[in-house]
Ligand binder design. Sequence first.
Ligand code: XMP
Length: 512
Amino acid sequence: MHDWIAILDFGSQYSQLIARRLRERQVYCELMRFDTTAETLRARGPKGIILSGGPASVLEAGSPDCDPALFDLGVPVLGICYGMQLTGKKLGGIVRKGESREYGMASVDIAGAAALFRSLPEQMPVWMSHGDQVEALPPGFRILAKTHTCPIAAMADESRRIYGLQFHPEVVHTPHGGEILEHFIFDVCGCAGDWKMSTFIEESTRSIRQRVGGGQVLLGLSGGVDSSVVAALLHKAIGPQLHCVFVDNGLLRYKEAEQVEDCFGRAFGIDLRIARSGPLFLEKLAGIADPERKRKVIGRTFIDVFADEARKIGPVKFLAQGTLYPDVIESVHPRGGPSATIKSHHNVGGLPPDLKFELIEPLRELFKDEVRTLGRELGLPDTIVDRQPFPGPGLGVRILGEVTAERVAILQQADLRVQEEVRQIQAYREIWQSFAVLLPVQTVGVMGDERTYENVVAVRAVSSMDGMTADWFRLPYETLDSIARRIINEVRGVNRVVFDISSKPPSTIEWE
Ligand code: XMP
């Protein structure tokens, strides 16, 4: 096992950022529950432990607590904000309730030399966000830094290698924060900083082979980034023991099924079974306009088709899934979390009882951008690696009202033009999703001398970090202009294009 740092998560919105900062520096780390025992940590042997910030107060009864024995493991500990207050309280210092919450930029003065602040200015801006503060040091500690309002802004017991920071080094508003974290992970903990994607590929293919042995693995390939990367990784690890099922529900983007077939079936030579079931889905969707009913019907039909394909493969022991790190983190989060809700859409849950599998989730330690890097290293094309998120029910939730073969064809053509035009703008990678929506509305137009009465297409483009909140993306006027012209001139059945400028909340990204 390579060097790694354990980050105990006390619920701060910045906890994931700490993990990002460390991984950017080629140090592997994992976010763990705040109450992970010292025993568990000892068994896994981290080079250091970081206690994250959190929204609670250590002075409140029932606030998240850590195992005090972790301070005796002989492993360096860095407490950040709540983590520092907890360190102070646990080791015999005094924590005082703040009169008001200090939130925003502050300037700290470094008080004397310390490994954490080596070669940094004596005074520097930092980001504060706390109510309580450590008022009296625990025995053996000294003050490393102070601000006007906070006499103990950083503290340490260097003989035991235990540190505390009242401010947040992981956010960009603390310009030297990255260096402070580097001093902790490299100088104090002695990490080598050699965690790379190639290391990840080697280690995970080895452990997948070991776990799978001679067994067979099933993967529901959707053509999205996550399942595609899982397919490429498993194929590298176990070759013909991997069997992919791709359900073409007829609600995909234009030529998407062909792209998946070309890439995975032809180029990679993966055992890819394509269930061409567009007509079945349309049949089941006939006459249904209610969004939730559509979702249910599509979900249920997907499971039926997937299960039928799976049975054809013969005995399969494992089911692979593209669960990512943020999903795992959210599911162990002290307050639960929203992104777990998104992911539940994707999971192949609800399989019939005769299909029982052990789960393989080879991406569960990675963030989305790391998954993309991994995909590139495994030889996946940009068209797949840079793909935007696409909802499981596909165009089914972008055709408002009843879904028919004719309306699917109109939307695919309109959507293709949105994609082609948007892909040309420089800021393409800043867009989270961009697509067309077919409205159940006809409007009047003129073409030549003729009066037309045809469909309206809405164009949606949003920026977002995780899909939970989103802002409408300011597409250039020229792009909007060519999208509208091309759709109206080239797609039969559409005579009007509108642009959606609502943000989420209160709107959602999809229209249904
Ligand atoms: P909303 O529309 O809720 O979408 O703002 C947030 C993100 O989730 C995707 N989405 C879905 N994904 N099944 C999925 O797999 C669904 O039923 C579904 N509904 C929305 C949406 O594309 C966006 O990325």
